[in-house]
Design a protein around this ligand. Structure first.
Ligand code: P5A
Length: 464
């Protein structure tokens, strides 16, 4: 992929995922095909959250100014990014209303009304909503939005710090599973103090690397400790009959999950979708020849019904255009499997199968179709994951240096690596370089500290 940015924009448009022409910067439109990918993707996340006791809720979009401003660090972190509603019709509002940049403050205001005693805990809620951030960095479709259209935010409250710690671990597990399902390789790191979520004790982030070698944060888990519960007065009666403030966590994933599926798996021909999020998993293309139309059409319908009954998302492309064009269309849209049925195949009781991820084409016996497709969809999912992991590993470079090497030298080495190889450089952990000065020196971001083969490293790279 020569120019990732160009490729990405072109794919969004040509595969009919997302239309960027909406007349507000950082806002766009999910088209039907993109919307379906989004739905299957977030259904996976919903399932994973619900399996672990999270319940879905829905809070208002508007937050009164005084509520948003209550937690000092939080508002400081977001004040330059908030969109304000100042008028109702022509009348100025007495209290300005913020379009939520995230929902800690509105959710914790309500939690105050719901939490009285330890029995009320834990609370594990989530919602999937749009949030608004007046981003000043270059906006990019599904990557840096001003209206984040798919903001999955989970918020939890616990009786002890230990419970909150365990919740952070559970959230990390859920997100690992989620990205595993999508075949997106991740680096999990603890963000530096100066880059943690405003109002958090600490932040654990998920990053992946895009084909252009830049890192992108695709999810975060925050331990909020008692920072919000103290300002929002979330006090409860403990088991021992005393009083304490709840311990909280929150974690979020956005449209960037969709952007990652597109970016990580796609190729020159277009999208390649993991079967579990593909709106169409199998497309059947009948190869119609004069005089043999009917037998081919009948066979295609028979196969369609068989696969449909099996629960596979299948489509027959019976448009009156050349098969080559149909092939291109579905390859562009990333449909994992194509079945071709021609008159010869029908006679021989065979079908031709094409897999989008490897470009392989092979024939199987008609009676094997169901088993083969079910199995193949799994193989494609695994292959995409493996391939993506290998590609990402090529983008990870371990930086060799001895404890006593001058910082200048380490900095130059890192700069060189990021220039030549791009991606992420892992530097054996040392306190002396874990600071903003070093970050400035290498002209890249310190993502945070991460474990790699059992050792502690500082991960650095250029980011989105
Ligand atoms: C966690 C959920 C929060 O807002 N509050 C509730 C916490 N964390 S966060 O890190 O600020 O955002 C969560 C994830 O959202 C993605 N993200 C964005 N995606 C698209 N456009 C944006 N402008 C944008 N800003 C943040 C990131 O993946 C982030 O990790």
């Amino acid at each position: 992929m020569e120019n990732f940015s160009e490729w990405y924009s072109e794919i969004l448009e040509r595969a009919e995922i997302y239309d960027v022409r909406y007349p507000i910067k950082g806002c766009g439109v999910y088209l039907p095909y993109g919307f379906k990918i989004r739905r299957y993707t977030f259904d996976i996340l919903r399932r994973l959250l619900e399996e672990r006791g999270h319940e879905e809720v829905l809070f208002p979009l508007l937050i009164p100014e005084d509520l948003l401003a209550k937690e000092g660090e939080h508002i400081k972190g977001f004040e330059d990014e908030v969109f304000w509603v100042t008028h109702g019709g022509k009348k100025p509002l007495e209290v300005k209303l913020a379009l939520r940049p995230t929902s800690e403050t509105s959710i914790y205001y309500m939690m105050k009304l719901w939490i009285k005693v330890h029995k009320d805990l834990p609370i594990k809620l989530f919602q999937v909503v749009n949030t608004f951030r007046y981003e000043t960095k270059h906006t990019r479709p599904l990557i840096r939005l001003r209206e984040i259209m798919t903001f999955k935010e989970a918020h939890t409250a616990h009786a002890t710090m230990e419970d909150a710690e365990n919740q952070v671990k559970e959230a990390i597990e859920i997100y690992k599973e989620f990205f595993h399902e999508l075949g997106i390789p991740v680096i999990v790191s603890r963000r530096p103090e100066w880059d943690k979520f405003p109002g958090a004790e600490y932040t654990v982030a998920f990053d992946t690397i895009f084909p252009d070698g830049r890192a992108i944060q695709i999810g975060t888990v925050h331990n909020l400790g008692q920072n919000f519960s103290k300002t929002f007065d979330l006090e409860f009666e403990t088991l021992e009959g005393g009083k304490d403030y709840v311990y909280q966590t929150c974690y979020g994933i956005s449209d960037r999950a969709i952007a990652s599926i597109i970016a990580i798996h796609g190729d020159e021909k277009g999208l390649i979708l993991p079967p579990n999020v593909a709106p169409i998993q199998v497309v059947i293309v009948p190869l119609l020849f004069k005089g043999k139309r009917e037998i081919v059409e009948n066979k295609a319908t028979e196969l369609y019904n068989l696969l449909k009954e099996t629960g596979i998302r299948v489509k027959i492309d019976d448009r009156d255009i050349r098969p080559g064009r149909k092939f291109n269309d579905w390859e562009l849209r990333g449909v994992p499997v194509r079945i071709e049925v021609g008159p010869k195949d029908v006679e021989n009781k065979m079908v031709t199968i094409y897999r989008r991820d490897t470009g392989e084409k092979y024939q199987i016996k008609e009676e094997e179709v169901k088993d083969e497709i079910l199995n193949l969809l799994e193989r494609i999912k695994d292959n995409l994951r493996e391939r993506a992991k290998e590609r990402m590993e090529k983008y990870i470079t371990l930086v060799d240096y001895t404890e006593d090497a001058p910082i200048e030298e380490v900095g130059n080495r890192v700069k060189e690596i990021l220039k030549e190889k791009k991606g992420i450089a892992l530097i054996p952990y040392s306190e002396s370089i874990y600071n903003e000065d070093f970050e400035e020196k290498i002209e890249a971001s310190i993502l945070g500290t991460t474990e790699y083969n059992g050792e502690k490293y500082i991960a650095v790279g250029r980011t989105y």
